[in-house]
Ligand binder design. Sequence first.
Ligand code: C2G
Length: 128
Amino acid sequence: MRKVITYGTFDLLHWGHINLLKRARELGGKLIVGLSTDEFNDKKNKHAYHSYENRKFILESIRYVDLVIPENSWEQKIDDVIKYEIDVFVMGDDWQGQFDFLKDYCEVIYLPRTEGISTTKIKKDLYK
Ligand code: C2G
């Protein structure tokens, strides 16, 4: 069975996230999500509204997600790909090319981002 992995913060979960997770899951038989911890978000200069535990609870309820693991660093991806015997690494194409080093270990696929929605847009629109 082909195993797929993707990473992200997935804060204020929206249909763009779901569209990514759905397409990623359809590339194999099992999808693992490396969920950014609150500490790692600090390194990404991102402040999530929901805590890691609550973002994990939400992601685990999604039919397309089989396992959620913590994303603590930029450097863990190769170890994760080896440890979980990953066949396909997937990210939205805002990351195009950033993870091509993983091509030595698995397929690397960048999927088109879903236009018209983002966590930042939600926050801005709510603020109006
Ligand atoms: N995404 C998307 N369409 C949107 C918004 C997000 O396809 N409208 C995708 C992003 O491209 C990413 C995933 O959904 O693949 C999660 O998005 P974020 O939570 O914003 O993830 P990010 O902060 O980019 O973290 O090591 C990788 C990083 O952890 C990625």
